[in-house]
Every structure is written in structure tokens, then in C-alpha cells.
Write a protein that binds this ligand. Structure first.
Ligand code: PEP
Ligand code: MN
Length: 353
């Protein structure tokens, strides 16, 4: 339930309500708006509790949250959640582009690709160092050596880095290197991992599993939020259907549906959604037209030599072309691409950052 405080409620009244929430075995999540504070009381929220709070000093009214996910719902937070990622605002009117190779393979591959995507307008660099591969015999990633290369790419291009986490034990290592922890489709319901990234308070990109409903995705996000981490971005990356012409089927519906159900930023991955580079730009454009807050796209300096997902990786020049198309679509729907932070704003003073 949501406990809406009066506009003139005092700090003391707010903390009394929080204490009462916790005494009843519920968790209190404060949302301080410009005008008033809303306290989300989450747990086994049976209606029985509502009367208990409505008469406390400073309380205006108590409203149940009808959805099974509470903190993720727009009922709890009606405005879009916006958070800064190294100078770039995610979840605002501006569109954010994350691009880079599926896997970090070597220094030349990563740096060439990173420079190229930055040049084309990317805001953040993606690249897996720990790869969840369907086959145990496929390339599994460079591990920590890959993270070191990502850090070098961040230093020279100024882009924050997004990389996948596969297990709770990797939290200390990955939070030292990465700006955003990606939870892949295969781990969307790895509850120990969701709880651990929740506790880490590190920004998270949560991808939808190929067999999860929109509600399953939001319930997975709820695990992260309920462990105290509010910096969560959601990502549609295609689901499995009977269709085999593409690797997955982009659930384009999920974008406006998610935007209406949740305040969290919603991204689209047109690369895993389609599995073929030829379709990536078209689906990227459609995602932006449908209301996505950003894209995460696989780009490789030499896709035919890629150790993973070469078939769906764009060459840098094709990515640049896609960015200009996406910019035009964004403008047509009243949005813009987030400007690249300038060198003057850069803490490292790197041109283009
Ligand atoms: C990836 O981003 O390279 C990846 C493995 O994605 P997904 O988890 O969506 O399959
Ligand atoms: Mn991939």
C-alpha cells in the first residue's frame, strides 16, 4: 500500500509512520516528491493494515497498490524514474544508446569498436567479459582480463561500461570495474543474483528472459528494487515463439505496455531480438517509435571474425547509419538523442566525453 503524507507532514511524523510500518513486518520505501512524501509499505500487504495507518498524524490517505509488483509500478511512482549515468540521464526524454561487441575478445577489437561507436553517437559501451553461452564449448569470455580492457576503453573514450554479471559472488569484482551490471535473459529469474545486485545499489540493466511475460520481468525488477536499488533499466530482447525466421521475436508491444505499467526506463535490444544484422536498424527504429528510452546494440569492428554473435553484429559504419535513422525517428515522436557530454564536463578531460 502507499501511505500518502500531507504536504506539511513533519520529518517526525514521517519517521513515526516508517517505524509503524516496520513494526508490522512490512518494508518502508520512501519516495520524497517535490510536494509530498509517499511511503510504500511493502510485504504481505493485506487490507487489514490500511486502517492502522490512516489515522496517524501527518497521513493524508492510504491507497492499496493493485499490481503484484509494487515498487516497480507506476501506481507507486507515477513519474518516470530518471537517473544519471556518468553525465547522461537515463529515463528522461532523451534517448540513450549503448553499443559495443557481444564479447570482449582482445584489445584491438574492443578499442576500435569503442572509438567507432562513440564517434557515431553512443553514450555507453557494452561488452561481455563473462558470457552465458548456450554451449559449454563456446567462447566463455576473457573474465577479469576483459574487464581491464573495458576500463581502458572507458578511459580513452569516456563511455561508461555495461557488462554482464552471472553470479552473486562476482559482485565485488564487477562493481569495481563496471558502471552498469547487466543481468542477461538466462539469469532474469536467478533470485540470488537479483537480491545481490539489489543490495549492491549499482545501476542494473535487467534483460527479459526469452520465456518471461511482462509481469515476470516486472516481478524480477521488484526483487532488485525491494533490496534497496532503484537504478534499474529494463530491456526487451525478444522472446521465443514458433517463428524461426529470426533468432527471437521482438515483442514490440512490450515497450508501450512496460511504459504504462512501470516508471523504470525501458530499453530495446534489436540485436538479440532479431539475430541478423540486416534487421537490426529496422527494429531499432521501431523500438524508438514505440517509446523505448534507449537501445543496446551489438557492434563489432569485424563481425565475420567475432567469437560470439557475429551474425547479428553491425559493422561500425552501419551502426552510424542506424544512429542517424534513430535520431530522425526520435524527433518525429518528440524525443531527442541525449547529447554526448562535452570534454569540459568530463572529469577526465577526455575529448568527446
Ligand atoms: C548479450 O547481451 O550478449 C546477451 C547474452 O544477451 P541476452 O542475455 O539477452 O541473451
Ligand atoms: Mn550477444
Amino acid at each position: 500500500m502507499m501511505i500518502i503524507m500531507h504536504t506539511d507532514a513533519t520529518e517526525q511524523q514521517i519517521s513515526t509512520v516508517v517505524e509503524r510500518v516496520e513494526e508490522n513486518g512490512l518494508r518502508a520505501h520512501l519516495s520524497k516528491g517535490e510536494e509530498r512524501t509517499v511511503i510504500g509499505a511493502v510485504g504481505d500487504g493485506r487490507a487489514i493494515y490500511m486502517d492502522m495507518f490512516v489515522h496517524l498524524p501527518g497521513v493524508d490517505r492510504v491507497i492499496p497498490i493493485s499490481r503484484p509488483y509494487k515498487l516497480a509500478s507506476r501506481e507507486f511512482i507515477p513519474e518516470n524514474s530518471v537517473f544519471p549515468l556518468d553525465g547522461v540521464k537515463v529515463g528522461d526524454n532523451g534517448i540513450v544508446l549503448i553499443a559495443g561487441p557481444c564479447s570482449v575478445e582482445n584489445r584491438t577489437q574492443l578499442l576500435e569498436t569503442a572509438y567507432a561507436v562513440r564517434e557515431a553517437g553512443a553514450h555507453a559501451l557494452r561488452g561481455g567479459a563473462f558470457k552465458p553461452r548456450t554451449s559449454p564449448y563456446s567462447f566463455q569470455g576473457l573474465g577479469e582480463a576483459g574487464l581491464e580492457l573495458l576500463v581502458e576503453a572507458r578511459e580513452v573514450t569516456g563511455m561508461p561500461i555495461v557488462t554482464e554479471i552471472m553470479a552473486p559472488e562476482q559482485i565485488p569484482l564487477l562493481t569495481r570495474y563496471a558502471d552498469v551490471l547487466q543481468i542477461g535473459a538466462r539469469n532474469m529469474q536467478n533470485y540470488a543474483l537479483l537480491n545481490a545486485v539489489g543490495e549492491s545499489r549499482h545501476p542494473v540493466l535487467l534483460k527479459r528472459s526469452m520465456m518471461a511475460s511482462v509481469e515476470d520481468l516486472l516481478m524480477a525488477a521488484e526483487y532488485i528494487l525491494s533490496h534497496g536499488n532503484r537504478r534499474v533499466m529494463l530491456c526487451e530482447r525478444g522472446i521465443r515463439t514458433f517463428e524461426t525466421a529470426t533468432r527471437n521475436t521482438t515483442d514490440i508491444n512490450a515497450i508501450p505496455v512496460l511504459k504504462s505499467l512501470t516508471h523504470l526506463p525501458v530499453l530495446l535490444d534489436p540485436s538479440h531480438s532479431t539475430g541478423h544484422w540486416e534487421y537490426v536498424a529496422a527494429i531499432a527504429r521501431s523500438g524508438i517509435a514505440a517509446g523505448a528510452d534507449g537501445l543496446i546494440v551489438e557492434v563489432h569492428n569485424n563481425p565475420s571474425e567475432a567469437k560470439s554473435d557475429g551474425a547479428q553484429s553491425l559493422k561500425p559504419e552501419r551502426f552510424a547509419e542506424m544512429v542517424s535513422q534513430v535520431r530522425a525517428v526520435a524527433e518525429a515522436v518528440g524525443r531527442t538523442l541525449v547529447p554526448i557530454p562535452s570534454a569540459e564536463q568530463s572529469p577526465l578531460g577526455i575529448p568527446g566525453k
